[in-house]
Design a protein around this ligand. Sequence first.
Ligand code: ADP
Ligand code: MG
Length: 286
Amino acid sequence: MRKIALYGKGGIGKSTVSSNVSAALSNMGIKVMQVGCDPKRDSIATLCGGLLKPTILDETRDRGVSEEVILSCVHQGYNGILGVESGGPKPGVGCGGRGVLVALQMLEKYNIFDRHGIEWATFDVLGDVVCGGFAQPMRAGYAKEVYIVTCGEILTLHQITNIARAVRTLAEQGIETGVAGLIDNQRGVPHEREIVEEVAELMGVPVIHHIPRSRTVQDSELKGQTVIQAFPASPQADEYRALANKIRNNTETFIPNIVTLKEIKPIVAKYGGGFASPKNGSQAAS
Ligand code: ADP
Ligand code: MG
C-alpha cells in the first residue's frame, strides 16, 4: 500500500488538495482511503458528503474502542473512496498530535486498510504546531513520503521551514521520512511561482506542482463536492489530475536543508514584497 502525507498550516489548502488528488487517483482505478489528521475534522467533507462525520477519537471516547466502533467511522465517498477522520481530543484537554497517532494506530489494529483492499492512503495532516505531538505520525512511520502545501506568502514559507526542520530532525534520528516536494497552492501573490521555486531550491526539494487559485474550488465546495467530481472538465480539475499523476509517479524523497526567515526575506523582497494587488487576486472561474 502506498502512503503519502500532506502537511501544511491550517487554511493553506491541504484538505482541498488531498481530496482532489484522492478523487483523481480513484478515477485512475486506484482504491483510495483519505485519512484526515486534523482536529478540525473537515478533511473528507467534499469526498464523503459533508461535515461532522463521526470521528475515531470522538466515537471511541463515547462508545469505547471496538471493531464495530472503528468500522462505523469509515465513510463511503465519491467513486468508492473511503474517508476517515481522526478527530481530536476534547478542547483544552490532551494533545492533538498524540490523539491523531492513537487514531492511526486503531486503523492498523483493526486492519482497516487490508479489510477494504486499500491500495493508497492519503494522510491529510495539520502542521501548524510542529511540536512533538504533531511529529508523532511522522515518528510512527506514517509520513515516509511528505508533501508540504505552501503558497508564496512569507509567513507561510517561514512556517513550512519548520515542517522541513521536523522532517530533518527525525531523519537524523533514524526515522524513515523525507519530503517528496512542495505543492504551491497559490494565493495570487505576484511572482508566486518564482518565489516558491527559489525557496524550494534553498530547501533542496522540488516544487511538484503550482496550483492556481480558482473560484472553481469554491463553486465545488458549495455543491459539497471536489472539483474533480463537480467540474471534471474544468482547467482546475486538469491541475489536480496533473498533480495526482506526478505524485503517483514519484519515487524520490529528500531530507530538506534548514532555511531561515533571513534567507526567505530577500527572495520575497526581490519580487515586490509578496503583496497581491486586486488584479492578481482570484482568477475567474472557468
Ligand atoms: P486546510 O485543510 O489546509 O486547512 P482547506 O483545504 O480547508 O485548508 O482550504 C481552506 C480554504 O481555501 C477552502 O475553503 C478553499 O475554499 C480554499 N482554497 C483552497 N485551495 C484553493 C484554490 N486553489 N483556489 C481557491 N480557493 C482555494
Ligand atoms: Mg483541512
